[in-house]
Design a protein around this ligand. Structure first.
Ligand SMILES: Nc1nc2c(ncn2[C@@H]2O[C@H](COP(=O)(O)OP(=O)(O)OP(=O)(O)O)[C@@H](O)[C@H]2O)c(=O)[nH]1
Length: 129
């Protein structure tokens, strides 16, 4: 199962949430932007069946966006064709991070399968002022 991860803006916490999900750790402090795209695998037991999740962590920065889409459209196994679901992130502490979601939705619907499942996640709930 391929489970990519999308977002609209940088610095909303995509990598942190992914690391937390995979390793149970939180990356506090210094922050390094994702360049292009990154992958992480996690094997889970669901109803006694072993399922391998492949989660893609995309770049939030506009200047790395074309690299990210280039990687996704390469004619390899890791391509848009294999996308089963997408996670759209926004930071609840930054109302601006909602802008740009439409662009990601358009890309997903253009390239991914018709029945792709999309989930909207709100992060940084602790930083709402
Ligand atoms: N307060 C708070 N900070 C967070 C939370 N999640 C992540 N951060 C911080 O937000 C910063 C950015 O986190 P990343 O996970 O690198 O963000 P990203 O969306 O992957 O960034 P790009 O790769 O540039 O798109 C880091 O300094 C994290 O420590 C959260 O839930 N609360």
């Amino acid at each position: 199962m391929k489970e990519p991860q999308y977002s609209c803006n940088r610095n909303v916490g995509k990598t942190c949430l992914l690391v937390r999900f995979k390793d149970g750790a939180f990356l506090a402090g210094s922050f390094i932007s994702t360049v292009g795209i990154d992958f992480r695998n996690k094997v889970m037991n669901i109803d006694a069946v072993k399922v391998k999740l492949q989660i893609w962590d995309t770049a939030g920065q506009e200047r790395f966006r074309s690299l990210c889409f280039f990687s996704m459209t390469l004619p390899t196994k890791a391509s848009f064709d294999n996308i089963r679901s997408g996670l759209l992130y926004n930071s609840l502490s930054l109302s601006l991070s909602l802008f740009g979601l439409q662009a990601w939705l358009t890309e997903i619907h253009e390239y991914a399968q018709q029945d792709v499942v999309i989930m909207l996640l709100g992060n940084k709930v602790d930083s709402i002022t």
